[in-house]
Design a protein around this ligand. Structure first.
Ligand code: ADP
Ligand code: ADP
Length: 222
């Protein structure tokens, strides 16, 4: 479902991603680990079309992301890729449910329909009792679950997560990873996630280890 071929990216003369190819199947959860500066975030940005490679290509469900004109590319990304970052960038003035509604509103979904879908997704992440709370009234783990609900509410084919649990304690980090596995089981969701934590990487199907811009090792976990 996600396929990258010979991706490379340089900053000035420094090659950050060096000829990386990978394939991720539908419903697979793949983790990327490796030391700081290995190029993990840059690779994830290339896979999600947030950044342009110097060479190589990215296919999502057979669509060549980079061949699309800018506007179509943005639309394709909104429809097919969800992003979760370490710092969730929730809108502070909006309640949990309003934050989750935002991507639906952008898509033009009616207000009533958006509320229904956001309510359902917040239920899936275990926050049915927090719909009306603002981010400042939620714990870090709850805020991250709102961000995950927001990334998933449009049912994107693939979710890209850059250290989604990096600012959570180990109990909450574990819960969020379990949630990803549940969502995959329930919705057939595909995930690519960066993590520094090997115990968490082991909860994913497959781990790619990156070093100096290359995938230096691959491991099947389950
Ligand atoms: P990780 O995010 O994997 O823990 P770091 O925080 O050390 O590792 O990541 C290296 C950082 O380099 C990334 O956070 C990336 O955002 C950052 N970075 C972004 N822009 C630049 C830049 N212009 N020059 C150098 N580094 C940059
Ligand atoms: P990781 O996520 O594995 O820590 P990154 O992909 O964030 O690695 O960064 C890899 C290297 O690329 C780092 O040395 C970082 O400083 C550099 N880098 C990242 N983004 C930029 C940028 N926008 N401009 C220049 N250098 C960057």
């Amino acid at each position: 479902m996600l396929s990258a071929k010979d991706l490379s990216k340089k900053y000035a003369t420094f090659t950050v991603v060096n000829n990386v190819s990978l394939d991720v199947a539908k419903g697979e959860i793949v983790s990327i680990t490796g030391p700081s500066g290995a190029g993990k975030s840059t690779l994830l940005h290339l896979l999600g079309g947030l950044d342009k490679p110097d060479s190589g290509k990215v296919l999502i469900d057979g669509t060549d992301l980079l061949q699309l004109p800018a506007k179509k590319q943005a639309r394709f990304r909104n429809a097919n890729i969800g992003f979760v970052f370490q710092f969730h960038h929730l809108l502070p003035e909006f309640s949990a449910i309003e934050n989750v509604c935002v991507p639906l509103w952008i898509k033009g979904v009616s207000k009533k329909e958006a509320m229904e879908q956001a309510t359902e997704m917040l239920g899936i992440v275990g926050l049915s009792h927090r719909l009306g709370n603002k981010p400042s009234e939620l714990s870090g783990g709850e805020q991250q679950r709102v961000a995950i609900a927001r990334a998933l509410v449009t049912r994107p084919a693939v979710v890209m997560a850059d250290e989604p649990t990096g600012n959570l304690d180990s109990e909450n980090a574990h819960l969020v990873h379990k949630l990803f596995v549940d969502l995959r089981d329930k919705l057939g969701q595909t995930f690519v996630m960066i993590t520094h934590n090997d115990a968490l990487a082991q909860m994913t199907d497959r781990t790619l280890m990156m070093q100096d811009g290359r995938i230096v090792n691959k491991r099947t976990n389950r």
